[in-house]
Every structure is written in structure tokens, then in C-alpha cells.
Design a protein around this ligand. Structure first.
Ligand code: C2E
Ligand code: MG
Ligand code: MG
Length: 735
């Protein structure tokens, strides 16, 4: 006899009898509750029990005497039924009799509704077998015990046990039909013996259509074929391959539709007879949720492109496999000052612009390009290219397309975009390496003002290292006294010094002099520009006080203010503070800001310039014409001067285009009531031309290089006495 089989039977048997006990327990204390007290229930229970002709039944009175024992119970004790009636079981030397007496004692003592009874007996052929069942207390409405009903199953007879379990017992059927999962019982050859309601609903069948059918009708190919093979192997080897292993597979409905299921199969071995119980769950929802979760983990929710991790995985694999012909180019894209878009138009416009950007990237780059979103406004794309020429063309087209106006959420937006790119230079180049190079190229573009394309070159690594080095040293430049200011004269049309521009110098103790063209961008990128500007302001104002004391203070002294500092918003209060002790210097101070800084946030620029003008501090637009300038912006700014960039001055009067541009700029500036200053005047021809077209002031080596404060003081003093004519070079430069 199989221990397994016995256990299964015991379990089934117990649940059958324990149910009423639980029920009674649930409703303990209510008058007509308690199953044994309900005559209708007792009647149905009795008929149900009696219909199971396999059960051995006994009824024991409250006095402990046996009132009724059927032939099966008597046989278990090895007696004739008549021999038991009217006598007590306590006199019998038999394990079952002892177990029943003990159960009577327990029920009497505890007042419980039923107790399970299990015991080992010697079978008719001498083998050991389990008898399993339970004893129910029979009580009246007042709770008085009238007797005890015992029902037992001789599990030694495995054939009958198997029949009992697999037959559609009403209680088991109710239990199965209440289950949420589909439950299906098949015999060893795979024929369906029993199926619950959930399973019928799941597969869209009526019970009659499936009973006796092969399990394979519920499976699509190739699973149906495989299952047939399993059954075949099992029949030959008796080794069930699928038992105990839950797995995801597919089911097929009556209408032919296929859907994902989780299937776990248990084996119920009852003697010779074997049944399989399959528990089936529809996992369509779970799979959909899983797919959605894994999609979300790998894709940016806003733009739908890959996330950084997913991108790295995909690209690493692609590069490792070599990717066939040609090489790859990695493009990193960063929108310059994207926050401006969000601030000016709101996040919905920013979001729409990013989506539009991605769709343009997809349009421009080859079909099988991987794109990912690295940060809010930063993207990377790995594309297959046909060499450097192709990569350059793609990058240029990309830049053109992405910087063209975008219609985003009812607003026209124009983005400035920096693209850093790197081309794979060998078949085994890792993504990490390629990425580092593209990043360096991106840094190089951004360092040079952004809004352009740049491909990696080996010098970039050195330049980046240099910038790092400068950043580190710049941190200590002020405390180590490595900074000083020089001053360059600005003259009027007659050559008289009317103002001066303060220019910053940094001499590092080991690196030597570092030009502001190099360290100012580093200071801006690192944020060190804030303390540096503060130092410039206080140093220049201190110098102005000294010049004033000596009577050599030019009409205006101009200081350069970087865009970042200008837009920070605390410039006016800081200047007020610095000028508190010398308020008359307010009208002698001027600030130069680049037009790029001014147009970046026009609102803040207009407000700040207004505040400064109210204090008497003048503002000049520096490097006019070098950016994507527009006089329509400039006319909105409360500024007094326009400084025409050196790039236009350098080839006048030879280049007619430059001549025309300068003429136009001066004409428009005058139209707006602004004075003009030409920068970088080095020759007398340039000076003569500028004077001839009405330029108001000039600055350049022709009139004086940036020089020490003392030298400039001397120059101003000298012109007071002797007058300094246009074109007369100043003292030797110290810058
Ligand atoms: P900028 O404000 O346009 O300054 C004028 C630059 O042109 C100065 O270069 C000056 O030395 C140079 N220059 C003047 N006349 C001539 C000429 O005839 N020929 C040529 N070839 N160059 C001439 P510098 O001093 O190297 O400054 C470069 C830039 O660094 C400045 O351009 C300014 O943007 C920035 N800068 C300098 N000092 C400061 C500062 O204190 N704060 C900030 N934020 N930026 C500064
Ligand atoms: Mg300047
Ligand atoms: Mg300038």
C-alpha cells in the first residue's frame, strides 16, 4: 500500500467531516445553530454519508453503548454487526475501538463538535493499514449530548479510496467550483476526469464537452504535441516530468484563441490508480503588467526612447557583436539652457519640445539607431555610419533640424543645441570609451559657447585635463593673491581718454599667466565666477576711489560682468553695498554685459539694467555682433552703449562687407539713442574709417594696451596737461 495514497485519502476524508465541525464552531452560541442540531442538515449528511457505501458507520449513545454499527465498521473490528449493538466498545482490545472511546471522551470533555480519528489496524491479509475518519457529537437544542456518530474509511483498500476521491463528491465539487483557479483532474493517460467551473469559464467549454477528452484539446500546438509526448513517456517510464514544476505556458480556448496560463501539476497516486491535478491560472493580466513594467524600466516615459541602462545594455551588445559592415558613431546632444524654455513657456511646452526633438532625431538618423535620454535635456544616439564624412553630415543635419523652430504646445520654440560626437576607431572599441570621447567633444562645444557640432579629437582630452587643472587652481587664486586688474583706455573721436575697461589677469605661481579667454569660461562653468566677480567689483571700486583722490579718474570705468553673474539677481544690492561709502562713484561706473547674457533672460536683464540705471550705473552691450544678435532685442534693453566686436573691426576698411556692417550697426545704434564703441582698433586706417562713419568711441592697441592702474592714471594725467591726440599710442603695455 502506498503511504502517499493513504495520506491523500485521509486528507479528503477529513475535510469531508471537519467542515460541519468548523461550521458549528463559527456559529457557536446561537440557538438553532450547530450542524448536528439541525435536523435537515443531519438528514442530508446521513444520506450523503450512506450513499458513500465505502464508509464504515457507527452510532454510540450518550451512555457509551453502541446503538448501531454497520457491516463495514463491524468488519474493521473483526465482529458481526449484531455482536456490537448494545455493548460498549471499551471492552474490546482493538486499536479502532480504543481510538473511538478516546474520541468520545474528548468530545464529552471539550464540548467540541467533532474530532478526527486515525488509527493503524491490521488488514485482513495481515498487512498494516490506516483507518481514518471522525466522530461527531450529536447534541439536542439545549446542548445535551444524545450520542456520537462515527464514520471511517478503510484506506487499506486503495482501489475504493481512489474511486472515492475522483468521484464527483458533492462537497469536493462545491469546493472545486468555489476555487478561483481552474482545476482539472486527469487520469494517467491524460483524459479529463473532472473539471471545475473556473476552468470551464476560462476555456469557454461546457463540462460535458470536456469530460473524457484528452487534456491536449486545451493546449495549442506545439504544447499539445509536447503533452502527448509527456504522457507517452510517462506511460513507458512512470516518471512524470512535469510534476511539481509550475510553469508559464499557453492555453487554447474553445474559440481557438490562445492565452498565457500558469500551470502547476500535482500527482495523486492512489494505489495502482494515478490521477493528475492541474491548477491553471490565466496570467494575461500579470504578463501585461510585467511587460508594461519592463517597458517602463527600459524606456523614458516622456519620449519613449531607451533609458540610460537599457541603452548601455543594447549598445554594448551591438558593439560586442561587431555590428556587421561599417562603424558606429555616438552622438551626445545637449540643449543649451533648456531650463530657459521651461521657465519662459512652462513645463508642458518644454516636454512637447523634447518629444519633437526626439522625433526629429529619429527622422534624421538611420532606422536602426539606438536613442536614449540621459538627463532632462540630454540625449545620446548610437548610429551605424559609413565613415567620418557620413557621420559629419548626419551631425550637421541633426543640428540644423533640431535648431529649426519647433511648434510645441501652441508655442514656437527655438532651441540651441550642442552636439558632441565620436566615431568608432576600431572594431573592439567599447561603448564606455566611445561615450567618454563624445562627452569630451560635447564639453568642448559647450566651452566654446555651445550651439554647434564638434567631433572628438585627441587634443580634447588634454584640453579637458587642462580645464580641470585650472578649476582646481582657480579655487585658490584670490586667497593666494594671484589675480590683478589691468585697465585699457577708451578714447573719443578726438583721441581723448573718456573711459577705461578693467580687465582681469591671473598669474598662477607655476602655470604662469593664464588668459581670461581661457579661465573666465572655466570660472563660469565651475561657478567660481561669483567670488571672482565680487573681487573684481571691490578691487575696481577701490582703484576708482584712489584715482579720484589723485584727480585722474576717467569719466567711466567699465567692468565686465559674466552672464551667469548678471542673471543671478543680487548684483544691484551688492553694488549698492560696495558704493555705500562713495555714492558719487555710481555715475562713474559702467558694466559690460554680452548680448547673449542679456537676451538669455530678457525679463531679468531689463529689470536689472533698469535698477542699475536708476543708481546711475551705465551699461554697455559687449561684443555686439559676435552672437546671434538682434537689434530688436537690444532696443528693449535700457543700455547706453554698444561695443562693436573686434571681429568686424579687424578687416576694415579693406572688407566692404565689414564696412557695411559697421555702418549699419552705428546707424541703428544711433537711431536707438545709443553711443558706439569700436573694439580692437589697431591701425590708423581702422581709426580713420571708424571716425568717418560716425563711431563715437574707440578702444584698441592703437590707443593703449591693457595696463596697470598707475600707468592709466599717468596717461590720464598726461592728457590733462599735454592732451593725447588720436592715434598717439599710450605708454608701454603692462598686460
Ligand atoms: P572683452 O570684454 O571684449 O575685452 C576686450 C578684449 O580685447 C581684452 O582681452 C583686450 O585685451 C582685447 N583687446 C583690446 N584691444 C585689442 C586690440 O587692439 N587688439 C586685440 N587683438 N585685442 C585687443 P582680454 O583682456 O584677454 O579679455 C578677454 C575677455 O575676457 C574679455 O573680452 C572679457 O570678455 C573677458 N574678461 C576679461 N576680464 C574680465 C572680468 O573681469 N570679468 C569677466 N566676466 N570677464 C572678463
Ligand atoms: Mg569687455
Ligand atoms: Mg568685448
Amino acid at each position: 500500500m502506498s503511504v502517499n495514497g493513504a495520506a491523500t485519502a485521509v486528507k479528503a476524508n477529513k475535510s469531508l467531516h471537519e467542515k460541519p465541525a468548523e461550521h458549528e464552531h463559527d456559529r457557536d452560541g446561537t440557538e438553532e445553530s450547530g450542524l448536528p442540531r439541525d435536523p435537515a442538515f443531519l438528514a442530508s449528511l446521513a444520506s450523503s454519508l450512506l450513499s458513500h457505501t465505502d464508509l464504515a458507520l457507527v452510532y454510540i449513545g450518550a451512555d457509551g453503548l453502541c446503538r448501531h454499527a454497520d457491516h463495514r465498521f463491524s468488519a474493521l473490528l473483526g465482529r458481526a454487526p449484531a455482536g456490537l449493538a448494545g455493548s460498549g466498545l471499551d471492552g474490546l482490545d482493538h486499536p479502532l475501538a480504543r481510538a473511538v472511546c478516546e474520541a468520545v471522551a474528548v468530545l464529552t470533555r471539550s464540548g467540541a463538535g467533532s474530532v478526527p480519528v486515525d488509527c493503524e489496524v491490521a488488514g485482513q491479509d495481515g498487512s498494516r493499514a490506516l483507518v481514518s475518519g471522525s466522530l461527531l457529537a450529536h447534541r439536542d437544542a439545549a446542548g445535551e449530548t444524545l450520542g456520537f456518530l462515527g464514520s471511517f474509511l478503510d484506506t487499506a483498500d486503495t482501489r475504493r479510496v481512489a474511486e472515492f476521491v475522483t468521484r464527483r463528491d458533492p462537497f469536493v465539487a462545491t469546493l472545486l467550483d468555489a476555487a478561483v483557479d481552474g482545476i482539472i483532474v486527469s487520469d494517467r493517460s491524460g483524459l479529463i476526469r473532472s473539471i471545475n467551473r473556473a476552468c470551464l469559464t476560462l476555456f469557454g467549454y461546457e463540462e460535458g464537452e470536456l469530460l473524457g477528452q484528452s487534456m491536449t484539446v486545451l493546449m495549442p500546438p506545439p504544447f499539445s504535441r509536447d503533452h502527448a509526448k509527456y504522457v507517452d513517456t510517462y506511460m513507458r517510464t512512470e516518471r512524470p516530468k512535469i510534476i511539481g514544476i509550475g510553469r508559464d505556458t499557453l492555453g487554447r480556448r474553445k474559440d481557438g484563441t490562445v492565452f498565457p496560463i500558469h500551470l502547476s501539476v500535482g500527482e495523486a497516486r492512489l494505489g495502482d490508480s494515478v490521477t493528475f491535478v492541474g491548477i491553471i491560472r490565466d496570467i494575461s493580466d500579470r504578463l501585461a503588467a510585467e511587460q508594461r513594467a519592463s517597458y517602463l524600466a527600459r524606456h523614458d516615459p516622456l519620449t519613449g526612447v531607451l533609458t540610460r541602462t537599457a541603452f548601455l545594455e543594447e549598445c554594448e551588445a551591438l558593439l560586442r557583436d561587431g555590428g556587421g559592415d561599417g562603424g558606429f558613431a555616438l552622438f551626445t546632444l545637449d540643449v543649451d539652457q533648456f531650463s530657459d524654455v521651461n521657465e519662459a513657456f512652462g513645463f508642458h511646452v518644454g516636454d512637447a519640445a523634447l518629444k519633437a526633438m526626439v522625433s526629429r532625431v529619429t527622422e534624421v538618423l538611420p532606422a536602426n539607431t539606438y536613442i536614449c535620454r540621459i538627463a532632462a535635456d540630454e540625449f545620446a544616439a548610437l548610429a551605424r555610419v559609413d565613415g567620418m564624412e557620413h557621420a559629419r553630415t548626419l551631425a550637421d543635419v541633426l543640428h540644423d533640424r533640431l535648431t529649426a523652430s519647433i511648434y510645441a504646445d501652441r508655442h514656437w520654440v527655438r532651441l540651441r543645441l550642442s552636439i558632441g560626437a565620436a566615431l568608432q576607431d576600431g572594431p573592439r572599441q567599447s561603448l564606455e570609451d566611445l561615450n567618454a570621447k563624445a562627452k569630451l567633444a560635447l564639453q568642448a562645444v559647450q566651452h566654446d559657447g555651445g550651439n554647434a557640432v564638434c567631433f572628438y579629437t585627441p587634443e580634447m582630452a588634454a584640453a579637458a585635463t587642462r580645464r580641470m587643472l585650472l578649476t582646481v587652481h582657480l579655487t585658490h587664486a584670490i586667497e593666494r593673491n594671484e589675480m590683478h586688474l589691468v585697465y585699457q583706455p577708451i578714447v573719443d573721436r578726438t583721441g581723448r581718454i573718456v573711459s577705461a575697461e578693467a580687465l582681469l589677469r591671473w598669474t598662477h605661481h607655476t602655470l604662469g599667466p593664464v588668459s581670461p579667454g581661457e579661465f573666465i569660461p572655466v570660472a563660469e562653468e565651475s561657478g567660481l565666477i561669483v567670488p571672482i566677480t565680487d573681487w573684481v567689483l571691490s578691487t575696481a571700486i577701490g582703484q576708482m576711489e584712489r584715482w579720484q583722490g589723485e584727480g585722474v579718474l576717467p569719466e567711466r570705468v567699465f567692468l565686465n560682468i559674466s552672464g551667469q553673474q548678471f542673471l543671478r539677481g543680487n548684483l544691484t544690492p551688492r553694488l549698492e553695498e560696495l558704493l555705500a561709502d562713495c555714492p558719487d562713484l555710481r555715475t562713474r561706473l559702467g558694466l559690460e554685459i554680452t548680448e547673449q547674457a542679456a537676451v538669455r533672460d530678457l525679463k531679468v536683464a531689463v529689470r536689472t539694467l533698469g535698477e542699475l540705471a536708476a543708481l546711475g550705473i551705465q551699461a554697455a552691450i559687449d561684443d555686439f555682433g559676435s552672437g546671434y544678435s538682434s537689434l530688436s532685442y537690444v532696443q528693449q534693453l535700457p543700455v547706453a552703449k554698444l561695443k562693436i566686436d573686434r571681429a568686424f573691426v579687424v578687416d576694415v576698411p579693406e572688407n566692404p562687407k565689414s564696412n557695411a556692417l559697421i555702418r549699419a550697426a552705428i546707424g541703428m545704434a544711433h537711431g536707438l539713442g545709443l553711443a558706439t564703441v569700436a573694439e580692437g582698433v589697431e591701425t590708423e586706417e581702422q581709426r580713420d574709417f571708424l571716425v568717418s562713419v560716425g563711431c563715437d568711441m574707440m578702444q584698441g592697441y592703437l590707443f593703449g594696451r591693457p595696463m596697470t592702474a598707475e600707468a592709466l592714471g599717468e596717461m590720464v594725467r598726461g592728457q590733462g596737461v599735454h592732451g593725447v591726440g588720436v592715434g598717439v599710442p599710450g605708454p608701454k603695455a603692462h598686460a
